[in-house]
Design a protein around this ligand. Structure first.
Ligand SMILES: Nc1ncnc2c1ncn2[C@@H]1O[C@H](COP(=O)(O)OP(=O)(O)OP(=O)(O)O)[C@@H](O)[C@H]1O
Length: 258
């Protein structure tokens, strides 16, 4: 049964066809002989309402890709568009507003505020955006991430896996158009990881949200619609309807040549 969670995110505001579009994006860190080319003319269009895995060996540029795509870092050259909006054209304040209203983040560094309870941490993006929580959606997220008993606790009273779940709930609560997730299941046991991936899938299928997820895990990638493979800052392969076996095969080939 497909459940509906009320109002869907406003994708009609998007002028472009893609939810996220990178064109010739290059990101260089440093200058001269020590310079690192973390992204090398990367071009990719991510359709709205799809779930994409970004994969590749360690140091291949996955996190840099995510940071540039999410407007957290500016590319050295090339263009990033979110819902048709060219991020380079935005001043810092407008960019912050766009991140707050249209993007959800689930990153490895959980960035939870220690002085706020679990519930306050999760609902913080809503308060910043001046929105009310949708009680049914909030309850559903809480049940899925298994945090119902921890709402009044503080982050320091939680395990690493529980903190990750708080970060995931916080990324989903505003039902943003695009969710960027960096290894969201890395610290979790397989059962919780499966539930979290199911929740991300539901955000895509039921709410037409777009999820872009960096992962090393072929099993996690098998939950997505599309896998993109990076090696030394370039997109070297793509796969529709990825299976864990085929993904593992591509990754081991890339590790051999990395
Ligand atoms: N702030 C930075 N300053 C200098 N070099 C950086 C910086 N951030 C990333 N790099 C370099 O850019 C390259 C890509 O890094 P990135 O973190 O994007 O890779 P990754 O694929 O996410 O790696 P991992 O899987 O190990 O997290 C690496 O060589 C890294 O050392």
């Amino acid at each position: 049964m497909v459940r509906s969670w009320g109002q869907q995110p406003d994708v009609s505001a998007a002028k472009g066809r893609y939810a996220v579009q990178l064109t010739g994006v290059t990101k260089q860190f440093g200058e001269g002989p020590t310079a690192v080319l973390a992204l090398d003319t990367v071009s990719l269009g991510i359709e709205p309402g799809t779930f994409t895995a970004v994969m590749g060996p360690s140091g291949s540029g996955k996190s840099t890709f995510l940071h540039c795509a999410a407007g957290l870092d500016r590319p050295t050259s090339g263009e990033v568009r979110l819902g048709g909006q060219d991020l380079a054209a935005l001043r810092e304040r407008r960019l912050t507003e766009l991140r707050r209203t249209r993007i959800g983040f689930v990153f490895q560094a959980f960035n939870l505020l220690p002085s706020l309870t679990v519930e306050q941490n999760i609902t913080l993006p809503l308060r910043l955006a001046g929105k009310e929580a949708d009680a049914a959606w909030f309850h559903h997220i809480m049940t899925t991430v298994g945090l119902g008993d921890c709402l009044a606790r503080f982050p320091t009273q939680l395990s690493g896996g529980q903190q990750q779940r708080v970060a995931i709930a916080r990324g989903l609560v505003t039902r943003p158009q695009v969710i960027f997730a960096d290894e969201p299941t890395g610290a979790l046991d397989p059962e919780t990881a499966r539930d979290i991936l199911g929740l991300l899938r539901q955000a895509v299928t039921d709410l037409h949200q777009t999820v872009v997820m960096v992962t090393h895990d072929p099993v996690a990638a098998a939950h997505t619609d599309h896998a993109v493979f990076l090696s030394t800052g370039r997109i070297v392969d793509e796969m529709g309807a990825p299976s864990a076996d085929r993904v593992a095969e591509v990754l081991s080939g890339l590790r051999r040549t990395a």
